[in-house]
Ligand binder design. Structure first.
Ligand code: ADP
Length: 477
């Protein structure tokens, strides 16, 4: 049994802004089921949805500040959670990182710097709990200073740092470094300094014993200038200690056989019933109810990363084809407006829902025939896995986790029962259009289409599978 201190700035269902929370909610649970001894540690935000059972654990004094550590359990699980309670820094309303205007909280460096200091004390068993972890597993920039601080300690635990998205690095002006009173040994270009700024993520990249990211392909991509944001050289230098482990999905929440959000439950054996979700979705979104017209779906943040601009460039041609398209998402206002304009012009073909709607997301996964993910980059991606589990054929660009989880339908992969979707290479409207056309051809061949659906539905995307890989890594360290 390993003792693991799992460090994160968000974990579903306690607090969530994105995919990071899904991973940090699920992975500790899966590791607990593998009988490991885990403590999840995160800041005690105002918006945190803990159960009533929160108790005082201990308090520590750092830099003339008294900080409490509280203990609770993850809802519906046995995972022990330690909350770093320092109201002056964490008792803010709403989002953990940004204010109501979407601007980063002005003292984020101090907020997460203090968090990292406390985690270091916990990791070194200096909080009177007689619990010393074997491994400290940090996630994204908010916990990046932990491996750096620990590198200065004798008899420290091993450290793992997981990158969920290289685009977020925790860069702060030089002055923050002095405010945080960083040890001088860490403050140089081969340490925490990045072009005269303080880089939290570099703490993880430089000082952790092992770096993981959320797919093997993304682990390679971030070693290139296109995806590395200036840190590709460092990552390449550390490539022996860098690997990718695909995220799992929550198989209970995303189960077409018992999903309360969909119109009709179904399985690979009763795929015919999937059609009832398609017509329900068409009805709900005001599209003509047409069983045989292929329905394409897309759910996600409407940002360039997700290739929304590529899709917009395809619309004028797509509306000449025999298909329907539904989209649920929010993000860039320019994209939102353009999408809505198309929907108004072509209400028989295109339905756009701007907003965040968990239930509708499930119905789209169940009701669409095919699911579009033309991402420019995608560290792991979840929707392509949900889609496969729901027998909804994903159309993905060959990048990151998309490349690792979807197998292109080619004569060979159709023959050996491994095809699970459509994969295209180039991030261009023409390549996307080509993939859509290929999808339409496959859709017109019911036997092949069904084969893809059934192959996809049989794949194992469980957290158990990923957790075992993390555990192997912990053991290796
Ligand atoms: P990212 O973390 O880059 O946004 P992922 O695919 O890893 O992308 O995870 C996004 C998750 O958020 C998925 O579960 C997706 O279904 C969900 N999601 C994104 N936008 C919406 C929305 N507008 N309504 C409902 N769910 C959404």
């Amino acid at each position: 049994m390993k003792k693991i201190l799992f460090v994160t700035s968000e974990a579903h269902p306690l607090i969530k802004t994105g995919g990071l929370a899904d991973v940090c909610g699920s992975l500790p649970k899966a590791l607990t089921e593998l009988l490991q001894d885990i403590r999840l540690i995160l800041p005690n935000y105002q918006a945190l949805k803990a159960s009533e059972n929160v108790r005082f654990l201990t308090s520590i004094r750092i830099d003339n500040r008294n900080i409490n550590i509280l203990e609770t359990l993850m809802p519906d699980s046995q995972v022990i959670v330690w909350l770093v309670d320092y109201p002056a820094y964490y008792n803010y309303p709403g989002n953990p990182y940004v204010d109501e205007q979407g601007e980063p909280w002005s003292n984020n460096a101090e907020r997460f710097g203090l968090f990292c200091r406390i985690v270091t004390e916990v990791a070194m068993n200096r909080i009177n709990q007689d619990w010393q972890p074997d491994v400290v597993h940090c996630n994204d920039w908010q916990s990046g200073l932990v491996p750096a601080f620990l590198s200065l300690e004798e008899g420290r635990p091993s450290t793992v740092f997981t990158i969920h998205n290289m685009a977020y690095q925790g860069l702060f002006p030089l002055t923050s470094a002095s405010v945080l009173n960083l040890p001088g040994q860490l403050w140089h270009p081969a340490g925490l300094e990045f072009h005269g700024m303080l880089s939290f993520i570099k703490g993880g990249l430089v000082y952790s014993d092992y770096i993981t990211t959320v797919s093997p392909t993304y682990a390679l991509e971030i070693q290139t200038a296109e995806f590395g944001y200036g840190l590709e050289g460092l990552l390449e230098h550390r490539k022996e200690f860098l690997g990718g482990i695909i995220n799992g999905i929550d198989l209970d929440q995303w189960d077409p056989e018992k999903d309360p959000n969909i119109f009709q439950c179904y399985s690979a054996k009763t795929l015919g019933k999937k059609l009832l979700n398609k017509t329900a979705l068409q009805a709900k979104l005001g599209l003509p109810i047409e069983e045989h017209i292929p329905l394409f779906g897309l759910i996600g943040r409407l940002v360039e990363q997700k290739g929304i601009d590529l899709l917009l460039d395809c619309f004028s041609e797509m509306i000449t084809m025999k298909l329907q398209f539904v989209l649920l998402g929010s993000g860039d206002k320019v994209f939102e407006k353009q999408l809505q304009e198309f929907a108004e012009l072509y209400p028989d073909k295109i339905a756009i829902k701007i907003g965040y709607d968990e239930a509708l997301a499930h119905l789209i996964e169940a009701g669409a025939d095919a699911f579009l993910m033309p991402s420019r980059f995608e560290p792991c991606g979840l929707n392509q896995m949900y889609s496969q589990r729901y027998g909804t054929v994903p159309i993905v660009r060959k990048t990151g986790g998309l490349a690792d989880t979807v197998i292109d339908a080619l004569p060979e992969t159709l023959g050996n029962q491994t095809a699970t979707g459509i994969v295209f290479n180039e991030a261009s409207p023409s390549a996307l259009l080509e993939a859509i056309k290929r999808t339409l051809i496959l859709y017109s061949m019911p036997d092949s289409w069904k084969k893809i659906q059934v192959n996809a539905m049989g794949k194992d995307f469980s957290w158990q599978r990923s957790a075992k890989q993390y555990l192997e890594l912990y053991q290796k360290l």
